[in-house]
Structures are given as structure tokens and as C-alpha cells.
Design a protein around this ligand. Structure first.
Ligand code: SF4
Ligand code: SF4
Length: 372
């Protein structure tokens, strides 16, 4: 069904407003999901939207919470994406679009969204990596490679310690998530082709990602734009579960600290990818007692980092993240998304929430280290 027809299906029941963190935080008319649909409808039919309406589109987290509760299952994220794509083409709202465009140009030029020089991509490596042939690629992702190096290091060491076969490449470039997600479909296609050419050159048939965004990009968006291919895409929690299960049966795993944790579900892994039991099961295998948020799994809140909102509206993204932190019952929080890790730990510092964030591999690596 085309997107304009989907917009017309809206019954204006406003069930979606009750779950839209963006609207609930800002309380602005233009941030209501139905306002976003109306603004997108105008743009998709060639009409001009006001700056306020465009702001409403650029503050959508693309979290898909509204779609989950919508009786018509209206695909808000895709509708907003398509409207943003039209705005990029027309050059409307230059101030809002400027940062997005700069980020996109940087990704195509350097292979990452302004996080560092391409030759520094492997600076996080704790040892000389014995580059070898393997059909499995550890796709580290931009954020862990440049900014959140502990995530890259712990994941790498964990996979090595568990004797999971993989290779890596210094030629890794951004998966293209930002390009597709912000509506720049042609640049996304170019990025996907560059990645596929790299994978084919290395003989890669299986990818392990650390980031739910990379996972979704390779699993859903890449085949959508350039056709299906012989490539298995897995998030690291899917790879770890069977291996740790075996280990749990034989050695017994025990996380060495006496802490209580909450697991924060990332939108793209959970609501979109349906992966929420795997990380919980892994953590249980490590003897970790999880205290759940009231809204969890496919009802979990977005960390505030979705939809590229933080790029233009950082304080607003921090407001949303701070509210999420207020609803997390423990001081120690585990997630399996580098972007959620960044957004929530940043908000915790900014708003003195006293939360400590962990990427799932950090906790697991410590557990396995003590148990091997
Ligand atoms: S995708 Fe998320 S932020 Fe956007 S309208 Fe729906 S609930 Fe609100
Ligand atoms: S829940 Fe769906 S049908 Fe109801 S107002 Fe929201 S988008 Fe429209």
C-alpha cells in the first residue's frame, strides 16, 4: 500500500499520542503523531509544509511505538522518512536539513559520520589482530570504533575468548543506516553497494553486528534497495546465546559483582527485530538478576536517540533520555545498543541521574573472564 493511502487510513483516534514520547515530552501540537501524518501527507502530495510542521517531522524518533498500538498499523517511521526524503530533494527547511546533509556527505566521503579519520578505525584494538580468512565478519560499527571503544574491545575479546570464528576489515565503512533512516535513499544505495563489494571481496557470508541499527540496515534495508543476497545477519546477542548456553551447562557462569541490573531494550532490536529474549537469557545464564522496567520488550521506551533527533535537537533528546532513566528501577543498566548506551549515559551525566550504563558484552566479558 502506498504511503499516502496509509495516511488516509488514519481514524484520528489518537491512541498513538499516549505512547509518543516525543509528543508527551514537548506537548506541542506539531509533535502529535497525527500532526506528523498530516505534515507528511502535504509534503508527499507536493504541498509546502510550515516550518513548525517540518520541525514535527524532524523530532520523530522513528521508534515505532505508535505503529505498535495503531489499529491501522500505520507505518509512521516510513512515512516520516519519505517526507524527509522529499524535503532533502526540495531543500526546504535549510537550517534543519543542513546538519543532516553535512553528516551524510561526511559518511560518503570518510566512511563514518564525522567520528574520526578512516585510518584510525582500528585504534581501539587491544592487540594486533591476526587478519585471517573467515566467512564471518565482525562488523564493529562507527560508534564503537571511534567513540565507545570499550564496547568494541569487550565484544572483540569476548568473541575471541569463546573461540568464535570471525575476521574483521580495516576497510569497514558506515553501514548506511543514517543515510536510509534520514531519507537519502540514493546515497544509502551507494553505501550499501560499497559494503557489499567489500563483503564479496572478503568472501563474507555472515555478519555479526554490535549495533541494532547496523543489524536492521543489513538485514532489512540493504536487501530492500539492492535485492536479496546470500548473507546471514546476526546481532552479537544471537551469536553469544548458543555458545554461552553450552558453557553455562558445563562450567557454570557467574557475574562476579553483587549488582542488580535493568535491561534497556533498543527499539530496532526489540520492536523492529523481535529480539528481546536472547539478551535476557544470556544475562540469566550469567546469574544476573534483572529488574524490569514497567514498559519493556516491545513496549520499551526509546532512549531519545532514535530518528536522528539528537543531531538537531540535542537538549530535547536529553529530556527524553532523562525521563527514560527516571523509569529505570536500578542504578546499573545494560543495553545491547551503542547508540542507547551513548544517549542514556550522556543524559545521566547531564541531568545527574546517577545511572551506570553497560553494553551487554562488557558484563559478559567480565563474567567469562572469571569463569574460564
Ligand atoms: S515513531 Fe515514535 S516519535 Fe515518531 S510519532 Fe511514532 S511514537 Fe512518536
Ligand atoms: S493510532 Fe493510528 S489511526 Fe489512531 S490516530 Fe494514531 S495513526 Fe491514526
Amino acid at each position: 500500500m502506498d504511503l499516502v493511502t496509509q495516511i488516509d487510513l488514519c481514524m484520528e483516534c489518537e491512541i498513538c499520542s499516549d505512547v509518543c514520547q516525543s509528543y508527551l515530552t514537548a506537548q506541542k501540537q506539531a509533535y502529535l503523531p497525527i500532526s506528523r501524518l498530516k505534515a507528511a501527507g502535504k509534503i508527499l502530495q507536493g504541498e509546502k509544509a510550515s516550518l513548525e510542521e517540518i520541525e514535527g517531522l524532524y523530532t520523530c524518533l522513528k521508534c515505532e511505538r505508535c505503529t505498535k498500538v495503531c489499529p491501522q498499523e500505520i507505518d509512521m517511521s516510513q512515512i516520516v522518512r519519505k517526507a524527509q526524503s522529499e524535503l532533502l530533494k526540495k531543500g526546504d527547511a535549510p537550517l534543519l536539513v543542513k546538519k543532516v546533509k553535512e553528516q551524510m556527505e561526511e559518511i560518503r566521503k570518510t566512511g563514518n559520520p564525522k567520528l574520526g579519520a578512516p585510518e584510525k578505525r582500528w585504534e581501539w584494538l587491544p592487540e594486533k589482530f591476526p587478519v585471517k580468512e573467515s566467512e564471518t565478519l565482525l562488523f564493529v560499527g562507527c560508534m564503537p570504533s571511534y567513540w565507545l571503544k570499550d564496547i568494541a574491545i569487550s565484544s572483540y575479546l569476548l568473541l575471541r575468548k569463546l573461540a568464535i570464528d570471525f575476521t574483521m576489515t580495516k576497510e569497514e565503512v558506515c553501514c548506511g543506516h543514517y543515510l536510509y533512516n534520514m531519507g537519502e535513499i540514493e546515497l544509502a544505495r551507494e553505501q550499501f553497494i560499497e559494503n557489499i563489494e567489500n563483503f564479496n571481496r572478503l568472501g563474507i557470508r555472515r555478519i555479526i553486528t554490535l549495533c541494532p541499527g547496523c543489524y536492521r540496515t543489513f538485514k532489512d534495508w540493504l536487501p530492500e534497495l539492492i535485492g536479496s543476497m546470500d548473507l546471514e545477519v546476526l546481532h552479537i546477542v544471537q551469536v553469544l546465546l548458543p555458545v554461552l548456553k553450552e558453557k553455562g551447562d558445563t562450567n557454570g557462569l557467574k557475574y562476579p559483582r553483587n549488582l542488580e541490573f535493568t535491561y534497556h531494550d533498543p527499539c530496532e532490536l526489540t520492536r523492529v527485530g523481535g529480539i528481546y529474549e536472547e539478551p535476557r537469557e544470556i544475562l540469566r545464564l550469567c546469574g544476573i538478576n534483572l529488574i524490569e522496567m514497567e514498559e519493556n520488550k516491545d513496549q520499551a521506551p526509546c532512549c531519545g536517540g532514535g530518528g536522528g533527533v539528537a543531531g538537531n535537537f540535542l537538549d530535547f533528546a536529553v529530556d527524553i533520555a532523562a525521563q527514560v532513566l527516571d523509569n529505570i528501577p536500578t542504578s546499573d543498566v545494560i543495553t545491547s545498543c551503542p547508540a542507547c548506551f551513548l544517549r542514556l549515559s550522556h543524559a545521566s551525566k547531564k541531568r545527574q541521574k546517577g545511572k551506570r550504563l553497560y553494553y551487554v558484552s562488557q558484563v559478559l566479558e567480565e563474567t567469562v573472564n572469571r569463569s574460564v
